[in-house]
Design a protein around this ligand. Structure first.
Ligand code: PEP
Ligand code: MG
Length: 556
């Protein structure tokens, strides 16, 4: 029986209808075999050929970086740097010296580096995808083939791929790419991050997608993660038009956050530095719900002085003068190593000394950061709330709160560990607010690494077990009369945001690009409908059923 639909994890909402364009990820095997059959060159000649291929790859990354923007340009520049890495070149030379032919030497050198990156874990392990992408491109040049990757579509198309390398997604033109569908990858993969930035409807983890053929017409619904094959063209176009209309409502949404019947929900922005803060402040948000301070220091070897930290925090707070900013203290460790803070050599860094735990043996680090936050708040006149990441016990929350309040600031903690959600009422006895970090809360509830694309079906915040923990936390907030927000990626999903509000959260904080779609969607539903949708989602057995149940209630 022919397949008529596929489903995956929804990442960027939006409806698109158009022909499939399959992305070829590999260099054709025949071209490699032809090259391998040639008499092998000497070491100097082979190394010169490697250098020429690397130069061509580096050059193409750099050219694309020039025309790309933001995260896309950063990804391409980083790939250019990795391709030209001298350590990688030395490894290739070593293998050539050992008598290996050029393709084998390149493969072995890449393998060696991939092993090192994987052992380092976290963000470095993520770079293995970049490394393999570079290998394919270098091999393509060596064997005289075009670089694999995204071809320029002749007509606007739905790109379908096994997985997209960061360098593939960076620099995509949203005018010719109607939607992105990948067979692998999770909601926090590079594909997802870039698709979100470009606003292209996107579904990841869609099993069977690469069996589609180029030219097949599909209807992609990025809000629910569904693909309909060969849909009725008239009804598909109607759905695209309705979606366009809804998007127009989104574009003109001007805040403040309210349900259709006027229940206030604070819509806030997640920021990382002065630039993202200034850009978010120009939009319809009531404040910052998450300032990820560690992202300011990923490249710092030494801890910045209190004065320097003050200047950095003030640059983030200043655009929000008159509004409020929730500052998160350093969430260093695990996938965000910060040289001056992180403990190295941990066997399992996601369960190790990260976030607030860094202050156990280095309390000065937290004290100095709090001094700087307080000074920046005083300088800018911003109302600063401060919260700690990775808190697991009431005693940790109490210690943190007293250090924060000693500086005249409002104190809160993130709920990222199931233990914190289960004891939310007691945490609220010692802090002023809670903020649910649903990315980590999902990872720790489901015991599934948020970076593992093979586990995307588990690292889904629609998992009813995660929603239960959100419900417990929000209910505790309601009883205590204290704010409970969500600042993980879950808040950026307009459908899920309605469910979170129905569960009782009082604010949703997200990437600036998601603010209008979440705000507009909340404005279309009553609070009572949100509560019904929340109940329906909680009663489902899996994420797909939870989404479908909530969507049905909210559409009614
Ligand atoms: C979270 O875990 O949901 C969160 C907001 O923190 P981060 O994504 O920075 O770990
Ligand atoms: Mg987190």
């Amino acid at each position: 029986m022919a397949i008529s639909s596929l489903s995956g994890t929804p990442v960027v909402p939006g409806v698109a209808h158009g022909p499939v364009l399959l992305v070829r990820a590999e260099v054709p095997a025949e071209a490699i075999a032809r090259f391998a059959a040639r008499p092998s060159a000497g070491e100097a000649e082979a190394l010169a050929a490697y250098d020429a291929a690397v130069a061509a790859v580096t050059d193409s990354f750099k050219r694309r970086a020039v025309v790309a923007a933001g995260a896309a340009a950063e990804v391409l520049t980083a790939s250019a740097g990795l391709a030209g890495d001298t350590g990688l070149r030395s490894a290739v030379r070593k293998h050539l010296r050992a008598g290996e032919d050029l393709l084998t030497a390149v493969g072995a050198a890449v393998e060696q580096f991939a092993g090192i990156f994987t052992t380092m874990g976290g963000l470095m392990a993520e770079r293995v995808t970049d490394l393999r992408d570079i290998e394919r491109r270098v091999v393509a040049h060596l064997v005289g083939e075009p670089e694999p990757g995204v071809p320029a579509p002749d007509v606007p198309s739905v790109l379908v791929a096994e997985d997209l390398a960061p360098s593939d997604t960076a620099g995509l033109d949203p005018r010719s790419v109607l939607a992105l569908v990948t067979e692998r990858g999770g909601p926090t993969s590079h594909t997802a991050i870039i698709a979100r930035q470009l606003g292209i409807p996107c579904v990841v983890g869609a099993a069977g997608a690469t069996r589609l053929t180029t030219g097949t017409r599909v209807l992609v619904d990025g809000a629910v993660g569904a693909l309909e094959l060969d849909p009725d063209p008239a009804s598909a176009e109607r759905r695209v038009a309705a979606d366009r209309e809804a998007r127009q409502a989104v574009a003109t949404w001007g805040g403040p956050g309210r349900t259709a019947d006027g229940v206030a929900v604070k819509v806030l922005a997640n920021v990382a530095d002065g630039t993202s803060s200034a850009s978010a402040a120009a939009g319809p948000v009531e404040g910052v719900g998450l300032f990820r301070t560690e992202l300011c220091f990923l490249d710092r070897v030494e801890e910045p002085s209190v004065e320097e930290q003050t200047a950095i925090y003030a640059s983030v707070m200043r655009p929000f003068a008159g509004r409020y900013v929730v500052v998160r203290t350093l969430d260093a460790g695990s996938d965000k190593p910060v040289a001056f803070a992180t403990h190295s050599g941990e066997d399992n860094p996601a369960l190790g000394v990260r976030g607030f735990r860094l202050s156990f043996d280095n309390p000065g680090l937290l004290e100095r950061q709090l001094d700087a936050v307080a000074a920046a708040a005083a300088q800018t006149g911003v109302e600063a709330w401060v919260m700690a990441p990775m808190v697991a016990t009431v005693a940790e929350a109490a210690d943190f709160a007293s250090a924060v309040r000693a500086r005249g600031l409002k104190a809160g903690v993130m709920v990222e560990v199931p233990a914190a959600a289960l004891l939310a009422d007691r945490l609220l006895g010692v802090v002023d607010f809670l903020s649910l970090g649903t990315n980590d809360l999902t990872q720790y509830t489901m015991a599934a690494d948020r970076m593992a694309s093979d586990l995307a079906h588990l690292t889904d915040p629609w998992q009813p077990a995660v929603l239960q923990l959100v419900a417990i936390t929000a209910e505790a907030g309601r009883r205590a009369g204290k704010p409970v927000g969500v600042c993980g990626e879950a808040a950026a999903d307009p459908l899920l945001a309605c469910v979170l509000v129905g569960l009782g959260v009082t604010s949703v904080s997200m990437a600036e690009t998601a603010v209008r779609s979440v705000g507009a969607r909340l404005g279309t539903v009553t609070f009572e409908r949100c509560e019904e949708a929340a109940e329906a989602a909680l009663g489902a057995d899996d994420p797909a059923a939870a989404r479908a149940a909530a969507a049905e209630v909210l559409a009614g």
